[in-house]
Unconditional design. Sequence first.
Length: 271
Amino acid sequence: MLFISKNYSYFVSLNSAGHTTIGANSRIFTLSEGQTILNFPEGFGLPLQSNQRLNMVSQVLNHKEKDINVKSRHHVRLSYFKDSELKEPLHALYQQSVFVTKQISGPAGSYGLPQLCLDHHLDSHQIKGEQAQHDCSVDIQLEDYDPYKDEYGRRYTGHWRLPFGNERLNTDVTKMLNLEKDSRIHMISVHLHPFAKAFSLWDTTADSMLYAAEIFPKEDGFGFDSIGVYKSTTGIPVYKDHRYVLVSEYDCSDSTFSHTAMAVMYLFLSE
């Protein structure tokens, strides 16, 4: 996996409007197995200052080799345009990552669900409990939001150990997406680990699937031949008053080695 990010100090001032939430990061883009080329839709770009410092970080993950001693080299090409070279201005995008989390400790129930609601339902997407006049709404203020813990003692991780067999996880990413206004998603890249079978983004307010990643695993299941990248000049509309959920599905067929999972979508939205 490889990612290129902005210098942190500049990132803080650049995002004073608050595009990026806790748990996200300052990455401009991420390349990983199955997605080694990213190109923005024609007419779109991600603005940077000409003196902006960039950091590049690369990682190599050994999936199954017991004894390995090799050298690796990453070669990356980054293309850009100067403002003075453009005949027409580009449509500015910003990147917001959203990711699946898995509960690792704490009481049962969905993220942010009060304990008194557990006798009524375990679905944080419902507005009220089954009993009349019983309010079980989940309302977390953005300044209090942390995807790795809630106020009721639940703890979560975005990088977990896979069980043998099938695993399906749902994560509400509305706060993580942090929409300040209605917008459109013009590009989506993803980061997944081996044995990923499906990964999708849902608008639960409209009860519709917005995007499902096209995943083409290697024949032995260890890694990917390719993973599709979504690109569109029209884009996918998203609304600040809707709720959004990520759904990941893994099916680990290897019990010999211990495997880990992540499920991240990097959304490039209109400024």
